[in-house]
Write a protein that binds this ligand. Structure first.
Ligand code: GDP
Length: 300
């Protein structure tokens, strides 16, 4: 939690900064509540999550349970946990599905490759045999970037030549995973094609092809979004979810932003499992999402 707090807040807790100054005569007035509301909105928590949280907070204040900064902190934390706990579902991979097929999607630049590298190491450390499939065949550098991560994590990677058909790369990777006794196949997918429609078509095609191996695959379709893009992260999540059906989200770069509220907006709007959060560039900077720890870190 200490590391999470240091990374999230960078020494400045946007949500609870100067809480003491919000109290006059041991009561929290409407101005103070408005201030908290503003802080949430400024941090990109969005209208829906903000209203939901404020309603809970107002109820606590109205009932006379918030009379000092400590109580306000506690009330805020309780509301945050209530919002986040239902979506805090880290991805645990069962050993009875083999290979477990995990698609990773996301727009270029959000940290998709980095997240795949971190995931590979995460599952390898659990004792699983991991294989990467270089399914982002559209961007020239993507395969090499993924190779660097596969070496760093010490897991094998399958790729075909530049411009190869992504569906065929991933189909072959599933074949290979089966014959090599791989536990987890992590498939990279394109982050951009000529158009948004092309991209979604390709993702759907990859899904269809993999289902020839296993009708229930992919077992996870994980979307990576970048917290620093604020509202765009939410828009991307909605678009991908509508087009290909997501089963989980990873939110990166929460360390690089004062806009960490976007996680609250995503939790409230999408109600999709939040699997992991990225809080730095290093391989160990991917954490399974824990509502309590996150709320505690936000409160500062
Ligand atoms: P891709 O285009 O989506 O595959 O993005 P990359 O994985 O290449 O990442 C883009 C940049 O974001 C790189 O410089 C990464 O080091 C950086 N990055 C990825 N995840 C995080 C994170 O959680 N925190 C920070 N600060 N940077 C990150």
């Amino acid at each position: 939690i200490r590391k999470l707090r240091a990374r999230l807040n960078r020494g400045d807790s946007w949500l609870t900064r100067d809480l003491g100054s919000l109290f006059r005569n041991e009561r929290l007035d409407d101005d103070a509540l408005d201030e908290i509301e503003t802080r949430l909105l400024t941090a990109d928590a969005g209208v829906e999550a903000t209203e939901w949280l404020m309603q809970r907070l107002r109820a606590e204040v109205g009932a006379g349970r918030v009379r000092n900064p400590q109580q306000l902190r506690a009330a805020l934390k309780k509301a945050l946990v209530e919002l986040l706990a239902p979506v805090a579902q880290p991805l645990r991979i069962p050993d009875f599905i083999r290979p477990y097929i995990l698609f990773v999607a996301g727009v270029n630049g959000v940290g998709k490759t980095t997240t795949i590298g971190k995931l590979a190491l995460h599952y390898k450390r659990e004792g699983k045999r991991v294989l990467l499939a270089a399914g982002d065949t559209f961007r020239a550098a993507a395969v090499e970037q993924l190779r660097t991560w596969s070496e760093r994590a010490g897991v094998p990677m399958l790729a075909q030549g530049e411009g190869a058909d992504a569906a065929s790369v991933i189909f072959d990777a599933v074949q290979s995973a089966k014959s090599r006794g791989i536990d987890v196949l992590i498939a990279d997918t394109a982050g951009r094609l000529h158009t948004q429609a092309h991209l979604m078509d390709e993702l759907r095609k990859i899904k269809r092809v993999v289902q020839k191996h296993d009708p229930y695959a992919p077992h996870e379709v994980l979307l990576v979004v970048d917290a620093t893009t604020g509202g765009n992260a939410l828009v991307q999540a909605l678009q991908f979810h509508e087009a290909i059906g997501l089963t989980g989200i990873a939110i990166t770069k929460l360390d690089g932003t004062a806009k960490g509220g976007i996680l609250l907006a995503i939790a409230r709007r999408l109600a999709l499992p939040v699997r992991f959060i990225g809080i730095g560039e290093a391989v160990e900077d991917l954490q399974p999402f824990d509502a309590d720890a996150f709320a505690e870190a936000l409160i500062g």
